[in-house]
Design a protein around this ligand. Sequence first.
Ligand code: FES
Length: 107
Amino acid sequence: MTNLIYVQPNGARLEVEAPDGITVMQAAVDTEIDGIIGACAGSCACGTCHVYIDERYTSLLPPMTREEDNKLDEVAAKVKRNSRMACRLIVTPRLEGMVVYIPETQG
Ligand code: FES
């Protein structure tokens, strides 16, 4: 299990003990965190799992694929340099304490 901290646009924080091996999207959906929808169940098709990743952790994440990069072109909220699709990020112990910022809107 790895602790992740999800932060809503209003600053509300929720710490989640996420099972290793699932995605950052699935950990949010399983704990009913608002703002991460995961409508395509993790196939990088819907654009509803956009998040901003704690910049201290971005170097620990897998490189972005073209598929993920293309999907970020279609999301509703502003794309930043720390934007990722949460369904592309696997929870591992190296991500202990990672903060996941949820954008104002998804889609
Ligand atoms: S869950 Fe649909 S793009 Fe990530």
